[in-house]
Design a protein around this ligand. Structure first.
Ligand SMILES: [Mn+2]
Length: 345
């Protein structure tokens, strides 16, 4: 891994004091890790007089608008293809390793002959000598930390700064689930300790990442939670939101995102459903979150939906909101009963 990191460092350093450009490509829908890692690199490169541009498909989500140096981001549009494929001499994928994860920037990434990768996602196959893909790292931020450290060692320049500390810290905190995921290691804390020397404002970072909520979102949360119905054994819960209520509150569909997961955290719950009226009349969108006894994906596929074992979604047609709620609760209870009887035997 060190050799590969060094390969990328050497390549990057060959851009010093030249007009050539490095393109940094985080994944689509950049999260705290992708954005924090990408921006840190632009800042470190800048100090070494290396030209770099951070390209995104879209503006960062509102939760991450507090990050420093967002003005360094360039939102890419297809008309920039010719210009950037000419200028960029190294394309660096950050927090992803496939152009499939890059949306409309994929075409540009593929056109750059020299590519490198810094990532920690599970991958199939080897991506070559310029690919640092460490699935043992909690976050790409952790790898970027090592990368900048190596850049410092090679150049004798001081590259870490308060801005970089905030950016990498956000990557570390969000990708470790506030240091709760199994990916959290001693290395994560060692790096955090060093980043803390720059005195980042943890209180305000925590507020921005985890507490700040708009009034419509808070009202919606109240509605969803107060409408929860539970099966007699409390293992199945569901809540339903009519479109008229969303409109009345002034909330949008995206504001429902975190609520099914929150419902799943209720003690004893195996499966949680959040239902809402779809735009198409007579259709109901169902979001499913489950714990160990219920396969959400298999259940959703029965109705033409899909997803993962613990999180899936589907659309039911020609059904009312309350009928849909009754049906999924009844069917889930049935599936759990079958699962129990198999375990008993
Ligand atoms: Mn990540």
């Amino acid at each position: 891994m060190y050799t590969r990191l060094k390969n990328i460092v050497d390549t990057v350093l060959s851009f010093r004091d030249t007009e050539e450009l490095i393109g940094i490509f985080p994944h689509l829908g950049a999260d705290g890790d992708a954005l924090g890692s990408g921006l840190s690199l632009v800042l470190a490169f800048g100090k070494l007089n290396i030209n770099a541009v951070l390209l995104l498909d879209e503006e960062p989500v509102s939760q991450l608008q507090f990050l420093p140096c967002l003005d360094l981001i360039k939102v890419y549009t297809p008309d920039m293809l010719a210009e950037y494929s000419e200028k960029i001499k190294l394309a660096l994928a950050v927090d992803c390793h496939q152009s499939e994860r890059m949306g409309i920037r994929a075409k540009l990434f593929q056109r750059i002959s020299q590519q490198a990768i810094i990532d920690h996602h599970v991958h199939a196959g080897d991506y070559g000598e310029f690919a640092v893909i460490d699935t043992g790292a909690s976050s790409t931020a952790e790898l970027v930390y090592n990368f900048i450290e190596l850049l410092e060692k090679e150049t004798g320049e001081e590259l870490f700064s308060k801005d970089i500390a905030v950016l990498l810290l956000v990557g570390l905190v969000t990708d470790t689930g506030r240091f709760s995921f199994p990916s959290t290691t001693a290395r994560s804390f060692e790096q955090m300790a060093r980043l803390m020397e720059f005195k980042p404002n943890l209180t305000s970072i925590h507020y921005e990442l985890y507490e700040r909520i708009g009034l419509p979102q808070m009202l919606l949360r109240g509605e969803v939670l107060s409408r929860i119905k539970a099966s007699s054994d409390s293992r199945v819960v569901a809540s339903s939101i009519p479109q008229s209520l969303l409109t009345k509150i002034g909330a949008c569909i995206d504001d429902l995102d975190t609520l099914p997961s929150e419902m799943r955290t209720i003690e004893g719950v195996e499966v949680a459903f959040l239902l809402r009226e779809a735009n198409e009349t007579g259709a109901v969108k169902v979001n499913i979150r489950s714990n160990k006894c219920f396969d959400s994906a298999t259940y959703a596929m029965k109705y033409g939906g899909g997803g993962h074992v613990r999180a899936a979604g589907m659309t039911l047609r020609n059904i009312s909101l309350s009928e849909a709620e009754d049906m999924v609760m009844r069917e889930a209870a049935e599936i759990l009963r079958k699962c129990d009887s198999q375990v008993d035997r």
